[in-house]
Design a protein around this ligand. Structure first.
Ligand code: CMP
Length: 139
């Protein structure tokens, strides 16, 4: 079963580089409705927990440090086929391999600091959305 929601973060690199507005414009122009959004910062513990699935990877420490070093924008997005359509909009994990016009091609620096997060499944979209938002923060 597919649901119509996904979860995203505009990561610290994109916030530092002034790309919040540009990225939100790409997201809404592509037909996604923002149903929850906040400007916040992950603690080290938050980032460790959010990325626990990667804790055996060699880049885990670097990832936790990066994701907690400055503010992010977290959001839940709604659209038919949201998870797959959003992953197409953001492009490959490595911006060097991302298609022209994708958010990572336009705004990301490298595979580690890649501007945006997009959930990889409906199940993770629900888990990740609930990590950041209570029911009364979703509209
Ligand atoms: P994302 O796919 O949103 O979630 C996992 C993150 O780990 C990924 O974005 C990158 O920020 C980071 N990542 C993935 N691969 C590497 C890598 N080879 N080196 C460093 N960071 C990585």
């Amino acid at each position: 079963m597919t649901t119509n929601r996904t979860f995203t973060m505009i990561k610290p690199d994109a916030v530092e580089n002034g790309h919040i507005g540009g990225i939100l414009e790409k997201i809404t122009s592509a037909g996604f409705k923002i149903v929850a959004m906040k400007y916040t910062q992950l603690s080290t513990r938050d980032a460790q927990e959010f990325y626990a699935v990667h804790n055996e990877r060699p880049f885990y420490g670097e990832l936790v440090e990066f994701m907690s070093r400055g503010p992010i924008v977290a959001a839940i997005l709604e659209k038919d086929n949201a998870v797959d359509d959003f992953r197409a909009l953001i492009g490959a994990t490595n911006p060097a391999e991302a298609a022209e016009g994708t958010i990572r091609k336009l705004f990301a620096s490298n595979i580690a600091e890649n501007a945006v997060h997009g959930s990889d499944s409906d199940e993770n979209a629900a888990i990740e959305g609930a990590f950041h938002f209570s029911g009364r923060e979703i509209y």
